[in-house]
Design a binder for this molecule. Structure first.
Ligand code: MN
Length: 421
């Protein structure tokens, strides 16, 4: 299918008519509102709604967050997607294609807008569902025989994170301060994190809530998910190593979590559904999947030191390697009675493939700092240094088109100076 917006028809365009991801944008300091990306343009959904060209059943798009639209559920999501497809298709409805006045109001080049947080994050939960990642980290700390904790093949392990520090791509991140205790030291010291890391993850965005005390099936959980973003779960490994037992990460994960600005819908990803891998141990019935719940999404991580002419790709992997799907994680989250809200964000867990170049964190890529990476600039890195920019990118590759997620970018600023705290 082709669009009358030519830039959307190039095979490597991240935002063809098959994608139609949702985000929030503003232009020239005006009020943030909802939009979709098509080719190199942003289409203003608030303007289309106001002109009576689209209708979600209630006014939802003249808002600085997608939450009102996300809460409407699959019926409204599908109806709006169908309507937008008709408006943008080469041979579709002419209501926008033939109305240059409306186009002038509703279309803007992506390069001329500011992209904001696409939704208001009600809560953020992070999982640990990548088997290779869990195996790698477990091997470093406990040896290969005891790498996977005994619950790992039965439970999608997670912890409750911070919604307050989920930020949109492009937001700089200050190096965290905290307690550090090198293994050989008797007591901790206070200072800037020295082992700052990324975690390459996908984020699932909950649209429809469940009621407190009412579990959902994996299939119902899948229906509740509005879409997916790229997610960088920035991690302070040295702070984490000292604080994490027995209740899990706390400050080491609370300083920043970056997401990409466009939420790619389940409908756009539908052709790329794939199954979780063979179960080594049967899952309890409430976690069994009725069909394929993962997606074939190519992922990469790029690292660029300050002043370097270009970024180096340090990881290439695929979301299809995860052991648990987001639908399973959401069903597990709700099974005990927890209410999941519109705007809940679930981090998939670090996505690492089997090969070294497929590892989704520097902890794994440099094997705990023992094997530093050499970047294209000739510089070496075990962990992130001040001024480094890390970029996650992802896309699902179709036949002659791709469903792009865009990028999730963050640059590390030096820690607050000692005299200032
Ligand atoms: Mn994580």
């Amino acid at each position: 299918m082709k669009s009358w917006i030519d830039s959307a028809n190039s095979p490597d365009c991240p935002f063809p008519i098959q994608n139609l991801p949702y985000g929030v944008f503003s232009r020239g300091g005006d009020a943030p509102r909802c939009g979709t990306a098509i080719g190199d343009q942003v289409l203003d959904l608030a303007a289309l709604e106001q002109a009576g060209v689209i209708d979600a059943g209630a006014p939802v798009f003249a808002e600085p967050a997608l939450n009102a639209f996300m809460a409407l559920g699959n019926g409204a999501w599908n109806a709006i997607r169908e309507r937008l497809t008709a408006l943008l298709a080469e041979d579709g409805d002419g209501a926008l294609r033939d109305d240059t006045a409306l186009q002038a109001k509703a279309l803007a080049p992506i390069g001329e807008v500011t992209l904001h947080m696409p939704f208001s994050v009600s809560e953020y939960t992070d999982f640990y569902a990548g088997r290779q990642h869990a195996f790698n980290v477990g091997t470093m700390f406990r040896g290969p025989e005891n790498a996977l904790p005994p619950n790992w093949l039965h439970i999608p392990i997670g912890y409750n994170g911070r919604a307050s520090t989920v930020i949109v791509s492009g937001t700089d991140i200050r190096r965290p301060l905290g307690q550090l205790k090198p293994p050989e030291a008797d007591a901790p010291v206070f200072g800037p994190c020295k082992r700052l890391d990324i975690e390459l993850e996908m984020g699932a965005v909950v649209g429809v809530p469940n009621r407190m005390g009412e579990p959902v099936t994996v299939s119902q959980a899948d229906e509740m998910i509005f879409g997916y973003v790229l997610l960088n779960d920035w991690s302070a490994r040295d702070i984490q190593a000292w604080e994490y037992q027995p209740l899990g990460p706390f400050q080491s994960k609370a300083f920043a979590t970056s997401i990409s600005p466009w939420v790619v819908t389940k409908a756009a990803l539908e052709p790329f559904r794939t199954s979780t891998p063979e179960r080594e141990k049967d899952l309890l019935p409430y976690l069994r999947e009725p069909g394929p719940m993962l997606y074939d999404i190519e992922l990469e991580v790029r690292m660029q030191p300050e002043g370097a002419g270009q970024a180096t790709t340090i990881c290439r992997t695929n979301y299809n390697t995860m052991y648990y799907s987001s639908a399973q994680q959401l069903a597990h989250h709700a099974i005990g009675g927890c209410r999941m809200n519109t705007g809940d964000l679930l981090g998939s867990g670090t996505i690492s493939g089997a090969e070294k170049h497929q590892f989704g964190s520097l902890l794994e890529l440099s094997w705990g700092g023992k094997e530093p990476l050499t970047l294209d600039s000739g510089e070496t890195r075990s962990f992130i240094e001040d001024g480094d920019t890390l970029t996650l990118a992802g896309w699902a590759q179709g036949d002659g088109y791709r469903i792009g997620f865009g990028e999730c970018v963050g640059t590390i600023l030096p820690a607050t100076a000692e005299k200032d705290w």
